[in-house]
Design a protein around this ligand. Structure first.
Ligand SMILES: NC(=O)c1ccc[n+]([C@@H]2O[C@H](COP(=O)([O-])OP(=O)(O)OC[C@H]3O[C@@H](n4cnc5c(N)ncnc54)[C@H](OP(=O)(O)O)[C@@H]3O)[C@@H](O)[C@H]2O)c1
Length: 294
């Protein structure tokens, strides 16, 4: 265990896979850590490493000025936190439970009404990577709480980031990044299925997918510029041509009896953008159809 010069005591509410990783990272950084979980039987390994187990959430909160929450969603956070609002007053509450921007705003309004200093957050890291140099954690809301506890919160990840004082920002960035992640994962699985239907092993496709992935990464800044400027040049590849390419994939997948729901959705959006006059533009013009679902 690394002992820091000043080790802030921390309480962690919720010991699912993520809550345990969070408490473990605080312990690793030398912070006296109190833990609580609804059901018993979780957290033995943390206790063996020095964590103190509290019998109730209220007892856990009383043990530290900084209270970090990791529960399944924000409605569960409300269920756990509302009855102990009085204990939370005068402490910093950091809820790292993932949910929507709207739920983050509701949580912020609740905390404001209760006089609780509230920082929202989102763990952009897979539980086993928490505490590592590449672990990304988004925070937004109380700047005072972030500045006071930044050093402690950095124990959760080297890429801990404060996005601004709007409490909804952490959830908004989280969901946008996850939107990209899950649609990419679905595309990856579908590509494996299409290749597999032609007798190609998933592993044999990987070197070419990796190349594609770096190409997308290198294009991202200019694609974002197109979106922000609402200008979608299609000089090198236009939407009509790109959509014909999507149709080829769709037909090949249909031929093999694969699910084509996602591909049909992609083509429908592109077709609407073309119908709206964007046929000569680039693929980023489909954002106009995404924004106007009709
Ligand atoms: N796991 C990851 O790698 C990962 C990555 C990024 C973000 N996250 C986010 O981190 C948060 C926690 O995820 P997790 O993986 O730790 O989930 P999990 O393993 O399913 O744990 C859920 C936690 O919520 C508690 N809980 C559920 N319903 C409750 C209720 N009605 N009252 C009190 N406690 C309740 C559970 O308590 P019991 O043990 O008593 O059921 C447990 O502590 C989620 O918002 C998730 O989206 C997780």
């Amino acid at each position: 265990m690394t002992t820091t010069i000043s080790s802030t005591p921390v309480t962690v509410l919720g010991l699912g896979a993520m809550g345990q990783a969070i408490a473990g990272a605080f312990l690793e950084a030398g912070h006296p850590t109190t833990v609580w979980n609804r059901s018993h039987g979780k957290g033995d390994a943390l206790v063996a490493r020095g964590a103190v187990r509290a019998d109730t959430a209220a007892d856990a909160v009383r043990a530290a000025e900084l209270v970090v929450v990791s529960l399944v969603d924000q409605s569960v956070s409300r269920t756990v936190l509302a009855p102990i609002a009085a204990e939370l007053r005068g402490r910093a509450l950091v809820d790292l439970t993932s949910d929507t921007p709207q739920r983050a705003r509701e949580a912020a309004a609740w905390a404001r009404a209760e006089g609780i200093d509230y920082l929202d957050g989102a763990m952009m890291a897979y539980a086993p990577t928490v505490g590592g140099p590449d672990a990304l954690v988004f925070h937004s809301g109380s700047k005072a709480a972030y500045e006071k506890y930044e050093r402690t919160l950095r124990a959760l990840g080297g890429k801990t980031t404060f996005l601004g004082e709007d409490h909804a920002l952490a959830a908004a960035y989280d969901l946008a990044v996850l939107d990209f992640f899950w649609t990419s994962m679905s595309g990856l699985v579908h590509a494996f299925a299409l290749a597999g239907a032609e007798g190609i092993k998933a592993a044999d496709l990987v070197p070419y997918l990796v190349g594609n992935d770096s190409l997308l990464g290198s294009l991202m800044p200019s694609l974002a510029e197109e979106v922000d400027g609402r200008s979608y040049p299609g000089d090198f590849a236009n939407l009509v041509m790109d959509t014909a390419g999507v149709e080829h994939i769709l037909h090949a997948a249909e031929h093999h009896g694969l699910d084509v729901g996602a591909l049909r959705g992609i083509k429908a959006v592109a077709d609407r953008a073309i119908a709206a006059g964007h046929g000569g533009d680039g693929w980023t013009a489909t954002i106009e159809a995404v924004r106007n679902p009709g």
